[in-house]
Design a protein around this ligand. Structure first.
Ligand code: ADP
Ligand code: MG
Length: 224
Protein backbone atom coordinates (compact mmCIF):
# COMPACT_ATOMS: atom_id res chain seq x y z
CA UNK A 1 0.00 0.00 0.00
CA UNK A 2 2.68 2.47 0.99
CA UNK A 3 6.44 2.67 1.44
CA UNK A 4 8.28 5.46 3.18
CA UNK A 5 12.04 5.71 3.15
CA UNK A 6 14.20 8.09 5.21
CA UNK A 7 11.60 10.83 5.33
CA UNK A 8 12.53 14.21 6.81
CA UNK A 9 10.41 17.27 7.51
CA UNK A 10 11.24 20.58 9.14
CA UNK A 11 9.12 23.65 9.74
CA UNK A 12 10.59 27.11 9.38
CA UNK A 13 9.94 29.23 12.44
CA UNK A 14 11.27 32.72 11.92
CA UNK A 15 14.97 32.38 11.24
CA UNK A 16 15.31 28.94 12.75
CA UNK A 17 13.82 25.61 11.77
CA UNK A 18 12.17 22.82 13.72
CA UNK A 19 13.19 19.33 12.63
CA UNK A 20 9.97 17.34 13.15
CA UNK A 21 10.41 14.09 11.21
CA UNK A 22 13.94 12.70 11.42
CA UNK A 23 14.31 9.82 9.02
CA UNK A 24 11.04 7.87 9.03
CA UNK A 25 10.97 4.38 7.47
CA UNK A 26 7.59 2.72 7.22
CA UNK A 27 6.02 0.00 5.07
CA UNK A 28 2.29 -0.63 5.25
CA UNK A 29 0.68 -3.52 3.41
CA UNK A 30 -2.84 -3.74 2.04
CA UNK A 31 -5.34 -4.70 4.72
CA UNK A 32 -3.36 -3.49 7.72
CA UNK A 33 -4.81 -1.51 10.62
CA UNK A 34 -1.98 0.57 12.03
CA UNK A 35 -1.87 2.98 14.95
CA UNK A 36 0.63 5.81 14.93
CA UNK A 37 1.13 6.45 18.60
CA UNK A 38 3.08 9.16 20.36
CA UNK A 39 2.75 12.06 22.74
CA UNK A 40 1.64 15.50 21.64
CA UNK A 41 4.22 17.17 19.41
CA UNK A 42 5.96 13.93 18.42
CA UNK A 43 5.16 14.49 14.72
CA UNK A 44 2.13 12.21 14.24
CA UNK A 45 -0.04 14.70 12.38
CA UNK A 46 2.90 15.88 10.31
CA UNK A 47 3.51 12.31 9.18
CA UNK A 48 -0.17 11.66 8.51
CA UNK A 49 -0.49 14.89 6.51
CA UNK A 50 2.45 13.87 4.32
CA UNK A 51 0.97 10.40 3.84
CA UNK A 52 -2.34 12.10 2.99
CA UNK A 53 -0.63 14.36 0.44
CA UNK A 54 -1.80 17.42 2.35
CA UNK A 55 1.84 18.35 2.91
CA UNK A 56 5.19 17.40 1.41
CA UNK A 57 8.36 16.03 2.98
CA UNK A 58 11.67 17.87 2.60
CA UNK A 59 13.54 14.73 1.64
CA UNK A 60 13.11 10.96 1.45
CA UNK A 61 10.81 8.78 -0.61
CA UNK A 62 7.11 8.15 -0.33
CA UNK A 63 5.45 5.64 -2.62
CA UNK A 64 1.68 5.22 -2.44
CA UNK A 65 0.11 2.31 -4.26
CA UNK A 66 3.19 2.05 -6.48
CA UNK A 67 3.19 5.74 -7.27
CA UNK A 68 6.11 7.98 -6.19
CA UNK A 69 4.64 11.02 -4.46
CA UNK A 70 7.04 13.80 -5.29
CA UNK A 71 6.77 17.20 -6.94
CA UNK A 72 3.16 16.60 -7.94
CA UNK A 73 1.20 19.62 -9.06
CA UNK A 74 -1.60 20.57 -6.68
CA UNK A 75 -4.09 19.41 -9.30
CA UNK A 76 -2.49 15.96 -9.67
CA UNK A 77 -2.18 15.62 -5.90
CA UNK A 78 -5.90 16.41 -5.57
CA UNK A 79 -6.77 13.72 -8.12
CA UNK A 80 -4.74 11.07 -6.26
CA UNK A 81 -6.08 12.22 -2.91
CA UNK A 82 -9.66 11.85 -4.10
CA UNK A 83 -8.96 8.50 -5.67
CA UNK A 84 -6.84 6.81 -2.99
CA UNK A 85 -7.51 8.45 0.35
CA UNK A 86 -10.28 9.04 2.86
CA UNK A 87 -9.77 11.34 5.84
CA UNK A 88 -11.27 11.30 9.31
CA UNK A 89 -10.45 14.08 11.78
CA UNK A 90 -10.83 14.62 15.52
CA UNK A 91 -13.19 17.54 14.94
CA UNK A 92 -15.21 15.73 12.21
CA UNK A 93 -14.80 18.67 9.78
CA UNK A 94 -18.37 18.45 8.55
CA UNK A 95 -20.02 21.39 6.80
CA UNK A 96 -22.41 22.74 9.41
CA UNK A 97 -25.12 24.05 7.03
CA UNK A 98 -25.33 20.77 5.12
CA UNK A 99 -27.22 17.76 6.42
CA UNK A 100 -25.67 14.32 6.90
CA UNK A 101 -26.61 13.10 3.45
CA UNK A 102 -25.22 16.22 1.75
CA UNK A 103 -22.00 16.00 3.74
CA UNK A 104 -21.46 12.40 2.66
CA UNK A 105 -22.40 13.18 -0.95
CA UNK A 106 -20.02 16.12 -1.31
CA UNK A 107 -16.79 14.23 -2.19
CA UNK A 108 -18.76 12.32 -4.81
CA UNK A 109 -19.53 15.62 -6.47
CA UNK A 110 -15.79 16.22 -6.86
CA UNK A 111 -15.47 12.75 -8.32
CA UNK A 112 -17.93 13.65 -11.05
CA UNK A 113 -20.87 11.47 -10.00
CA UNK A 114 -24.31 12.59 -11.12
CA UNK A 115 -26.78 13.82 -8.53
CA UNK A 116 -28.89 10.67 -8.33
CA UNK A 117 -25.84 8.45 -7.98
CA UNK A 118 -24.41 10.74 -5.31
CA UNK A 119 -27.61 10.49 -3.30
CA UNK A 120 -27.78 6.72 -3.63
CA UNK A 121 -24.16 6.16 -2.68
CA UNK A 122 -24.36 8.63 0.21
CA UNK A 123 -27.48 6.86 1.52
CA UNK A 124 -25.74 3.49 1.19
CA UNK A 125 -22.83 4.63 3.36
CA UNK A 126 -25.08 6.36 5.88
CA UNK A 127 -26.90 3.08 6.24
CA UNK A 128 -23.57 1.34 6.72
CA UNK A 129 -22.77 3.59 9.69
CA UNK A 130 -26.29 3.13 11.06
CA UNK A 131 -27.59 6.64 10.40
CA UNK A 132 -30.34 6.15 7.82
CA UNK A 133 -32.86 7.91 10.05
CA UNK A 134 -30.56 10.89 10.52
CA UNK A 135 -29.81 11.57 6.86
CA UNK A 136 -31.66 14.87 6.79
CA UNK A 137 -30.35 16.23 10.05
CA UNK A 138 -27.68 18.90 10.42
CA UNK A 139 -24.43 18.24 12.32
CA UNK A 140 -25.66 20.38 15.26
CA UNK A 141 -28.66 18.05 15.66
CA UNK A 142 -26.40 15.00 15.99
CA UNK A 143 -24.23 13.77 18.86
CA UNK A 144 -20.43 13.69 18.61
CA UNK A 145 -20.43 9.97 17.93
CA UNK A 146 -23.08 10.36 15.23
CA UNK A 147 -21.14 13.18 13.59
CA UNK A 148 -18.02 11.07 13.53
CA UNK A 149 -20.07 8.32 11.85
CA UNK A 150 -21.18 10.82 9.22
CA UNK A 151 -17.52 11.77 8.72
CA UNK A 152 -16.62 8.08 8.36
CA UNK A 153 -19.40 7.60 5.82
CA UNK A 154 -18.07 10.62 3.93
CA UNK A 155 -14.54 9.19 3.99
CA UNK A 156 -15.87 5.85 2.70
CA UNK A 157 -18.12 7.30 0.02
CA UNK A 158 -15.38 7.59 -2.58
CA UNK A 159 -14.28 4.01 -1.80
CA UNK A 160 -10.67 4.95 -0.95
CA UNK A 161 -7.90 2.35 -0.72
CA UNK A 162 -6.55 3.89 2.45
CA UNK A 163 -8.38 5.53 5.35
CA UNK A 164 -6.40 8.06 7.37
CA UNK A 165 -7.69 9.11 10.77
CA UNK A 166 -6.11 11.79 12.96
CA UNK A 167 -7.23 11.29 16.58
CA UNK A 168 -10.69 10.10 15.42
CA UNK A 169 -11.83 9.50 19.00
CA UNK A 170 -10.11 12.53 20.51
CA UNK A 171 -13.35 14.46 20.98
CA UNK A 172 -15.50 11.53 22.13
CA UNK A 173 -16.06 9.91 25.50
CA UNK A 174 -14.73 6.43 26.17
CA UNK A 175 -17.85 4.39 25.34
CA UNK A 176 -18.44 6.20 22.06
CA UNK A 177 -14.72 6.03 21.25
CA UNK A 178 -14.81 2.25 21.53
CA UNK A 179 -17.93 2.11 19.35
CA UNK A 180 -16.18 4.14 16.67
CA UNK A 181 -13.06 1.97 16.94
CA UNK A 182 -15.16 -1.21 16.70
CA UNK A 183 -16.70 0.17 13.57
CA UNK A 184 -13.25 0.93 12.13
CA UNK A 185 -12.20 -2.63 13.04
CA UNK A 186 -15.21 -3.91 11.12
CA UNK A 187 -14.13 -1.91 8.06
CA UNK A 188 -10.67 -3.41 8.39
CA UNK A 189 -12.20 -6.92 8.63
CA UNK A 190 -13.89 -6.12 5.31
CA UNK A 191 -10.47 -5.37 3.82
CA UNK A 192 -10.00 -1.63 4.21
CA UNK A 193 -6.49 -0.43 5.07
CA UNK A 194 -6.48 1.99 8.01
CA UNK A 195 -3.92 4.29 9.54
CA UNK A 196 -5.00 5.83 12.84
CA UNK A 197 -3.13 8.51 14.75
CA UNK A 198 -3.75 8.48 18.48
CA UNK A 199 -2.04 9.32 21.74
CA UNK A 200 -4.26 6.91 23.68
CA UNK A 201 -2.88 3.48 24.54
CA UNK A 202 -6.28 1.72 24.62
CA UNK A 203 -7.20 3.08 21.19
CA UNK A 204 -3.84 1.99 19.74
CA UNK A 205 -4.40 -1.47 21.23
CA UNK A 206 -7.55 -1.85 19.15
CA UNK A 207 -5.36 -1.73 16.02
CA UNK A 208 -3.30 -4.64 14.70
CA UNK A 209 0.03 -2.87 14.68
CA UNK A 210 1.44 0.01 16.71
CA UNK A 211 4.12 2.36 15.39
CA UNK A 212 5.53 4.47 18.22
CA UNK A 213 6.87 7.87 17.37
CA UNK A 214 9.02 9.95 19.69
CA UNK A 215 10.56 13.28 18.69
CA UNK A 216 10.18 12.46 15.03
CA UNK A 217 11.76 9.02 15.20
CA UNK A 218 10.05 5.61 15.15
CA UNK A 219 11.04 4.04 18.47
CA UNK A 220 9.06 0.82 18.15
CA UNK A 221 6.95 -0.96 15.53
CA UNK A 222 5.07 -3.97 16.86
CA UNK A 223 2.13 -6.20 15.98
CA UNK A 224 -0.55 -6.34 18.66
P1 ADP B 1 1.47 15.62 16.97
O1 ADP B 1 0.40 15.42 15.95
O2 ADP B 1 2.21 14.36 17.31
O3 ADP B 1 0.98 16.30 18.19
P2 ADP B 1 2.55 17.52 15.06
O4 ADP B 1 2.99 16.74 13.89
O5 ADP B 1 1.28 18.23 14.96
O6 ADP B 1 2.57 16.57 16.34
O7 ADP B 1 3.66 18.59 15.43
C1 ADP B 1 5.02 18.25 15.62
C2 ADP B 1 5.80 19.53 15.95
O8 ADP B 1 5.79 20.39 14.83
C3 ADP B 1 5.21 20.31 17.11
O9 ADP B 1 6.28 20.88 17.84
C4 ADP B 1 4.40 21.39 16.41
O10 ADP B 1 4.31 22.54 17.21
C5 ADP B 1 5.22 21.64 15.16
N1 ADP B 1 4.39 22.05 14.01
C6 ADP B 1 3.35 21.38 13.46
N2 ADP B 1 2.85 22.00 12.39
C7 ADP B 1 3.59 23.13 12.24
C8 ADP B 1 3.59 24.21 11.31
N3 ADP B 1 2.71 24.25 10.30
N4 ADP B 1 4.51 25.20 11.48
C9 ADP B 1 5.39 25.15 12.48
N5 ADP B 1 5.48 24.16 13.38
C10 ADP B 1 4.58 23.17 13.28
MG1 MG C 1 -1.63 15.81 15.98
Amino acid sequence: MLKINNLHKSYAIGDSSLHVLKGINLDIEDGEMVAIMGSSGSGKSTLLNIIGMLDEADSGDYILDGLPIKNLTEKKAAVYRNKFLGFIFQSFNLINYKNALENVALPLYYQGFKRKERQEKAMFYLEKVGLTDWAHHLPKELSGGQNQRVAIARALAANPKLLLADEPTGALDTTISYEIMEFLQQLNDEGKTLLIVTHEEDIANMCKRIVRLRDGVIMEDTFV
